[in-house]
Structures are given as C-alpha cells and as structure tokens.
Write a protein that binds this ligand. Structure first.
Ligand SMILES: Cc1ncc(COP(=O)(O)O)c(C=O)c1O
Length: 380
C-alpha cells in the first residue's frame, strides 16, 4: 500500500459551494463566500479583523506592509522556517535576525530572543511549527517591553490553541495558510488577522490595491481613490467557496487528524523513552490542530536509514525545513552555517511523517506497523 506524504481531503460539499459561487456571477474577492468564511472563522475562534488573501505568503507580505517594515529595520525570526516567512520582510528591505529554536518544539527559543534585540528591531516573527503553538505570552511580554510588533506565522496552526486562546488571536497580526498541504484547503489561499483596531481601516486599503474602494462599497463615498500603497491581496470568491466547505467541517477534520497524532505519539513515545529519538513536547496549555508530526533521530545515519527503509515500503517521509541561515540565500546575505549550531544540528536529524486527513480512514495501521518494524530493526 502506497502512503503519500500529503493528500487533499474533500468533505463532499466543495463542489456544491464552488458551483454556487460560479453561478452567483461574482467571483472576485470580498463577496458572499468570503464573508461566510470570515464569519465562520470569527465565530469559531474569535479573531480580530480577517482579510482573506491569495496565499499564506501574501498574508505575510500584507502584514509586513501594514507594519511598515522597511530598510534599516531588523526582524527576529527562527531560521527553521519556510522561505515565505523571511521573504515577507526582505522584500521590503528589512534585515532578518535569525534566532535558535527550542528542540522540544522546534519553535523560536523565547529565552534567546532578548539578546538579539537592538535599537533597530521592529518585529518578532515567530512561527507555530507543525501546528504546535509558540510561547506567545513570553513573546508578547518582550514585545511590550521593547515596543515591538509581533506578526505570528500561523500558516500551520489554524485551529490550534495556546492557554485557551486560538493561535493568531494574541499578536498584533497573524498570517494563516489554506494551501492544499494545510489542514483546511482552498487550493491556494490564506488570511491575515489584524488584532489592532487602529490598523484595520488601513489594512482594507492595502488589500484593495491601496484604494479606499471599501468606503464606496459601504456607501460612505461615491468614487474611490488611491490613498496608500498596497497590492491585490484578495482571495477569489470561488476559492473561498471551497474553503467554506472545509471550515464548516473543521471539527470533523480535526478529530480525524487527532487519531493520527495519537497513533504516532504512541509508537514513537516508547522509543523516545529509551532515549533513541525525540518528538514534540505538547504541554497541558497546548491544544493541537494536528497539522504534522516530526521525529528527531539520535543520529543522521539512523534518520537516513529510517527514511530509506520507509521508501522501500512506499511510505513517504520527508526532512523538515533546511535552515534559512545556511541556505544559499542565507549565505549570500552573510550568514554562516555555524551561526546557529543547534538549529543546524536538529534540523539535520528531523523527519516529518506522512500526515493527511484521509490517512485516519485508510492506511494508518499500515503506516504504524511498517514504522514499528523499521524502528525495531534500527534500534534492537
Ligand atoms: C511556516 C509557513 N509560512 C508560510 C507558508 C506559505 O503559505 P502559502 O503556501 O499559503 O503561501 C508556509 C507554507 O507552507 C509555511 O509552512
């Protein structure tokens, strides 16, 4: 039985809503399905103002524009993240300051942020890797102490909770992804959440190509004009219709995915207890959206053997991110491999396991049995 790394999940309602959107005659952004999606997101998780965007990448970029990130600014972020996180700030001329991760979560190490803050620091940009929330209380406390902006990259954490608060509700701004590899899929899609009331009107202008078109739509003005910088940060209504089907079924999707986390946790905890490998440490104050599962092996050789034996069994497992500081672009910007030895070390030993909603219905037992055989071969 072939197990891919990821596979899209359809709830069965997508076609109905997409067709409805097509037939409505309005396919651009901020139409009826966009409003339905925003409503469902707000009611379910209590976010501030929500802007549906064409991707998580676009949401991060819109957030950077909203925060007025520019030349001379420094932004602190983990090196263990996706290119979109860092591109969102270098596109506007800011300098990334990479911080080490905490290997028990693979999120930014909050104990190492303060030493990186300078008079040029403008933003902290943490991510919730694999949907596990980063330590937002500590990050927000630092941001308040030094008057910094926090943009949380929640691309992977829609539906995760930290101390009873949905990821994305605590920072000034947060970016979500609804790419097909995420728990809730619009094909391509994203959202920017703006939790600062006084930034909301401007965010509407930025999303609409720097115009005040929103004031025309709401009847305040008769003609719209160019009022700010901006771009086209809008999700098409047709894709919002697809996303609506997914978000309406959020709890079903989440509980199916929860079965996968539970099964992986059971298998890998026994090896972790023997000191052979480590898995993420979920605390009582974390509620997972069950986006992904990773394992850090004791040696690179054991990681390679695990992956190659799984490949022989047609089960796809992948490495995580290649750290940004030691990637070709990071080196070009002047960073050195040895700048972040801990990130470099753990990233080299990390494997992400196949994880998609349908795996809970078919293939999970096969995956667990095959992985168990491989682990026993490696470690016994
Ligand atoms: C941490 C992180 N940030 C940003 C993104 C970009 O999201 P999108 O693919 O929707 O542009 C991703 C997508 O994989 C991601 O994992």
């Amino acid at each position: 039985m072939k197990i891919p790394f990821n596979k899209v999940y359809n709830t069965g309602e997508e076609e109905k809503y997409v067709l409805e959107s097509i037939r409505s005659g309005s396919h651009c952004g901020n139409h009826s399905f966009c409003r339905k999606v925003i409503d469902i997101m707000q009611k379910k998780h209590g976010f501030g103002e929500i802007f549906l965007t064409p991707s998580g990448t676009a949401a991060l970029e819109m957030g950077a524009v909203l925060a007025d990130i520019g030349p001379g600014d420094e932004v602190i972020l983990p090196s263990f993240t996706f290119s979109s996180t860092v591109n969102a700030i270098i596109l506007f001329g800011a300098k990334p300051i990479f911080c080490e991760v905490d290997p028990s979560t693979m999120n930014i190490d909050v104990m190492k942020i303060e030493e990186l803050i300078t008079s040029k620091t403008k933003m902290i940009l943490p991510i919730d890797y694999a949907g596990l929330p980063c330590d937002m209380d500590k990050i927000m406390a630092l941001a308040n102490k030094y008057s910094l902006i926090v943009m949380q990259d929640c691309a992977q954490s829609y539906g995760s909770y930290y101390k009873g608060k949905a990821c994305g509700t605590q920072p000034h701004i947060a970016a979500f992804s609804f790419h097909e590899t995420k728990n809730y899929n619009a094909g391509e899609g994203g959202a920017l959440v703006v939790n600062v009331e006084r930034w909301v009107e401007r965010a509407h202008f930025l999303q609409e190509k720097g115009t005040d078109r929103r004031l025309v739509l709401s009847g305040v003005k008769s003609k719209y004009s160019w009022v700010d910088k901006g771009s086209s940060y809008l999700l098409s209504d047709v894709l919002a219709a697809m996303l609506y089907a997914q978000l309406k079924n959020e709890d079903i999707i989440k509980s199916k995915r929860g079965l996968i986390t539970k099964a992986y946790q059971k298998l890998f905890t026994s090896f972790a207890n023997l000191g052979k490998l480590s898995i993420f440490q979920v605390q009582e104050h974390h509620e997972l959206n069950h986006h992904a599962f990773w394992v850090i092996f004791d040696t690179i050789d054991n990681k390679e053997e695990f992956m190659s034996k799984l490949r022989e069994k047609e089960i796809a497992a992948y490495i995580g991110y290649l750290p940004l500081h030691s990637s070709p672009k990071g080196i070009e910007l002047g960073y050195k491999v040895e700048d972040l030895p801990l990130t470099e070390d753990v990233a080299n030993r990390l494997v992400r396991l196949p994880f998609y909603t349908g795996l809970a219905d078919s293939g999970l037992d096969h995956c667990i049995n095959s992985m168990s055989q491989v682990l026993n071969k490696i470690y016994n």
